[in-house]
Design a protein around this ligand. Structure first.
Ligand code: B12
Length: 388
């Protein structure tokens, strides 16, 4: 029997002492640490996993195997962790909340140290707040998360969300791993798509707009929704430019947030693009009219205040029940209008503050809406039963 097979069997048997001895023997026989790890220790652990899955062994057996694995890892750790003098950067690493599997995470920590990184290991069952706090305190450039259970994978998304909420997402790179994690999942929790507003101020031609969005499509491996809002950007992405971008980059250019205020634009664009291309209203008050001529939904301001009602409106229209959708639209219309009584996002922030959901704070040049606007908004919200 080969030395590597002896290691794998010692792990399977949960033999802590034996695994350490076999690992030492393999190294003494001249085997590389990486080989011992991949074809001895991890191989044994994989077999344990399979047998556990098939009900041949039970949790205590797996626990013993894990202990044996650690005994082997301790032997090869110094060889994997060749110390570098100046750290390449800092990495915060941990196993996500609810998950106790830490062998893989520890291994990654060892590898990263070996590659010259300073590793701040938070252990296992780490709450999202602790990841965020550690990133903030340490100034780390990378955060690494591990999950071995499909049920704990969503915790990774929560960490990413909380990093974003704390304004740290742009500062750190996030890497995730663990047996059930795939590249697609990683992409999915980081970002589903990007919203690309038309470039404002320098008023590019249609050729310039096409070149601008083509450059993004070629550089960024994510679908994008273009945002056409001439009132804010001073430039209008024509339907022809939209259709050309969709034709040339069908995987990247997947939708449009249409905020020209012109329903006829939607009718025309629908004839130029395929059904898979999402046309989304950029104005709550125009969601229903636009959906009547081929839009599929809305990127909504009002949904911050009345998410259920806006969802109901869109689903009803998507089902083709325009009579009921019309009634919902009519009921919500005064709020849709009042949320633009002054420049967005002033009114929506005021509305959420009235509901006690946020503190009203603005970044200049945005300022609180006037008292007159606020009392009109309050009256509308009362009439909808949102306020007593
Ligand atoms: C050991 C083990 C345990 C030990 C963990 C001990 C410990 N200290 O870690 C104990 C006994 C505690 C345990 C408990 C449970 N386990 Co368990 N366990 C395993 C087992 C057998 C091995 C995992 C392991 O360590 N592999 C070896 C390491 C080296 O591999 P790895 O973790 O995948 O890491 C590598 C990569 O994924 C990657 N990686 C990992 N993390 C990261 C992070 C980053 C940033 C990066 C870049 C890469 C990376 O790099 C590593 C090196 O290549 C697996 C089966 C398996 N084959 O995965 C089941 C397994 C994960 N467990 C499972 C289950 C169901 C459980 C329990 C729910 C059982 C129960 N009924 O109680 C509990 C859950 C406890 C909890 N809340 O977490 C299931 C999960 C099924 C699923 N789809 O969710 C598995 C798959 C077994 C099975 N086939 O059913 N388990």
């Amino acid at each position: 029997m080969s030395e590597l097979e002896m290691i794998a069997r010692a792990i399977e048997a949960g033999d802590e002492e034996g695994t350490g001895q076999e690992t030492k023997a393999a190294l003494a026989a001249g085997m590389a640490a990486q080989q011992v790890l991949d074809h001895g220790l991890i191989k044994g652990m994989d077999r344990v996993g399979e047998r556990f899955r098939d009900g041949e062994i039970f949790l205590p057996d797996v626990l013993l195997a894990a202990r044996a694995m650690y005994a082997g890892l301790e032997v090869i750790r110094p060889l994997l962790e060749a110390q570098k003098v100046r750290p390449l950067g800092k990495v915060v690493i941990g196993t996500v909340q609810g998950d106790l599997h830490d062998i893989g995470k520890n291994l990654v920590g060892i590898m990263l140290r070996g590659a010259g990184f300073e590793v701040i290991d938070l252990g296992n069952d780490v709450a999202p707040e602790r990841f965020v706090q550690a990133v903030r305190d340490s100034g780390a450039q990378i955060v690494g998360m591990s999950a071995l259970l499909t049920t704990t994978m969503p915790a990774m998304r929560r960490v990413v969300e909380q990093l974003a909420a704390a304004g740290l997402k742009e500062r750190v790179k996030t890497i995730i791993g663990g047996a059930p994690v795939t590249a697609a999942y990683a992409r999915q929790i980081g970002a589903d798509a990007s919203l690309q507003v038309a470039p404002y101020y320098n008023k590019p031609t249609q050729a310039g707009l096409y070149a601008h969005f083509r450059a993004i499509a070629e550089a960024v491996d994510l679908p994008m929704i273009l945002y056409n809002i001439p009132g804010r950007c001073g430039v209008d992405i024509s339907n022809e430019t939209m259709a050309r971008l969709r034709r040339d980059f069908p995987q990247r250019v997947v939708g449009l947030k249409e905020a020209t205020g012109n329903v006829d634009r939607v009718s025309q664009l629908r004839m130029l693009v395929d059904r898979e291309f999402s046309i989304l209203s950029g104005d709550d008050a125009l969601t229903l009219p636009m959906m009547a001529v081929g839009a599929q939904g809305v990127i909504s301001v009002a949904s911050n205040v009345i998410p259920r009602e806006v969802t109901d409106l869109v689903h009803t229209a998507l089902k083709g029940d325009f009579e009921r959708a019309g009634r919902i639209h009519a009921k919500l219309y005064p709020l849709f209008k009042d949320l633009f009584i002054e420049t967005n996002p002033g009114p929506v922030k005021a509305a959420l503050a009235l509901l006690g959901q946020i503190e009203e704070c603005y970044r200049l040049p945005m300022v609180p809406i006037s008292e007159a606007s606020k009392s009109q908004l309050r009256a509308t919200m009362r009439s909808l039963g949102l306020l007593p």
